[in-house]
Design a protein around this ligand. Structure first.
Ligand code: GAP
Length: 450
């Protein structure tokens, strides 16, 4: 995997996210919940926009993919069939001296809490236990009695909700193979070494699509999905030089996978290139397992060819939180501003993802400017996320919007009432244009949908 050439902006993003209301540590007033995060007013808009963009491209704009919203709590047999009860484990080692807990297969990425900072096991005093396997699924109980018969799991991936509904969707939507089922939803993993802000957390959202194909045509669909998914990531504005494919070698493949590629993004600093999406050829592993464990036939009937078969599955699985982090890391920059002492912090977010699309300012608090600006902001709000700000100098107001990625700032000035026009300033180029008041809404909308 290529080393990163990008700066480490993670600490700056954590602080900006809290200060401006993107992301907060969960239950901070109680000291925080380990590796669980809450999205604040701007963060929830950003993540919603990202999910909306995925849903539009995967479901709404295609007639061969159907949407689904399956429950988080599933029949416990699901997880026996999927292989998660037996195999969704990480090897864990404890240090008897420092009480640290590490993934045995990732010791080189971990640091012992003893000083000087070294890999666990490399201090003379380290006493690492033998690795033991630790299942990553969260267990809970259904019903009032905590007994094994009522054990259920919080789903560790959304995919299984799609497999168990394969025939329901195919038959109700009258789809023919090849076709796909897509959903967005929460997944839970009791990760041993979570961290790096929202990169690896214990509760996260996945956006998954399973594409059911005739065996023998699987690799051709696999290649197509690889290309489509990479194109989607670049369409978010992620720089092409920060994205690359990583092919899983034979020993790295998950138990279900016949072939797998990750799309890796360069998060900068020590994290470097890391997976944001997995594209897997799962063969008929899942449908065959569910057919066996449920005793229900899950074969597809191809009427034209008059044959029955279990389709193969090409899966695309992307983390909503991890991609949100990629978008933030990719967009963060600090730059000097000509003619000003203070530089500016900019989140160069794609306008479609930006939490606020347009901010409206009255230049002064006189001449009816605040009233005009409020009216315009209210009109814009019916169509796009808009903000109104009348506090502080115009420069300060620009900086506040730059820092949260607002692509367009609209100023009502002393001429506006007379000529019924406003000045729109573009976040990245700093270019300013005069636009007729009644054209502002379409002007903004035209520039955020691309
Ligand atoms: N159904 C296949 C599957 O779940 P995965 O590679 O384990 O595959 C897919 O997960 C994506 O989900 C990852 O590429 C990542 O974006 C996201 N993801 C997985 N574990 C995560 C975690 N602990 N925190 C945040 N995102 C995670």
């Amino acid at each position: 995997m290529a080393a990163s050439t990008q700066p480490d902006v993670m600490d700056k993003l954590v602080s900006l996210s809290k200060r401006r209301g993107f992301i907060f540590q969960s239950c901070e007033i109680y000291g925080g919940t380990g590796s669980v995060w809450d999205y604040g007013p701007l963060g929830v808009e950003l993540k919603k926009n990202l999910k909306e963009r995925w849903w539009a491209s995967m479901v709404r704009m295609r007639d061969d993919v159907e949407g689904l919203d399956a429950a988080i709590l599933m029949h416990p047999k699901t997880w026996e069939a999927s292989g998660h009860v037996a195999g969704f484990t990480d090897p864990l080692v404890d240090c008897k001296v420092c009480k640290g807990r590490f993934r045995a297969d990732r010791l080189e990425d971990a640091r012992c809490p003893q000083k000087p900072s070294r890999q666990p096991g490399q201090h003379d005093a380290c006493q690492l236990t033998e690795p033991r396997m630790f299942n990553l699924m969260f267990k809970t109980f259904m019903g009032p009695v905590e007994e094994s018969a009522s054990t259920v799991y919080l789903r560790p991936e959304t995919a299984q909700g799609i497999f168990v509904n394969f025939l329901n969707v195919q038959q109700s939507a009258r789809q023919k193979v090849p076709f796909g089922i897509a959903q967005i939803g929460k997944a839970f993993r009791n990760e041993i070494t979570p961290g790096n802000f929202i990169f690896r957390t214990r509760e996260f959202e996945q956006m998954e699509m399973q594409y059911f194909v005739e065996p023998g045509t699987d690799m051709e669909h696999f290649e197509q999905w690889k290309a489509d998914r990479m194109a989607w990531h670049t369409s978010l504005g992620l720089s092409a030089d920060r994205l690359q494919f990583h092919q899983h070698a034979a020993g790295e493949l998950a138990h279900y996978a016949r072939a797998a590629f990750d799309i890796n993004f360069d998060f900068g600093g020590t994290l470097g290139f890391q997976e944001i999406e997995g594209i897997h050829n799962r063969g008929d592993f899942d449908l065959a397992q569910h057919q066996q464990f449920s005793g229900k036939k899950l074969e597809y009937y191809d009427q034209q060819a008059n044959k029955r078969y279990l389709p193969y599955v090409i899966e695309t699985s992307v983390g909503a939180d991890r991609t949100t982090l990629a978008v933030l890391v990719n967009g963060y920059r600090e730059e000097a501003v000509a003619g000003e002492d203070e530089g500016r912090v900019v989140l160069g977010l794609h306008p479609a993802l930006a939490p606020i699309k347009a901010a409206v300012f009255p230049l002064t608090k006189k001449d009816g400017q605040p009233e005009m600006a409020t009216k315009l902001a209210d009109e814009l709000r019916r169509f796009v996320a808009a903000d109104y700000d009348a506090t502080g100098s115009i420069g300060k107001r620009y900086r506040r919007q730059d820092e949260v990625g607002t692509p367009f700032c609209v100023t009502i000035d002393s001429e506006s009432a007379a000529d019924q026009s406003v000045t729109i300033r573009e976040r990245d180029s700093l270019a300013q244009v005069r636009v007729a008041l009644d054209q502002v809404r379409t002007w903004v909308q035209d520039r955020i949908t691309a």
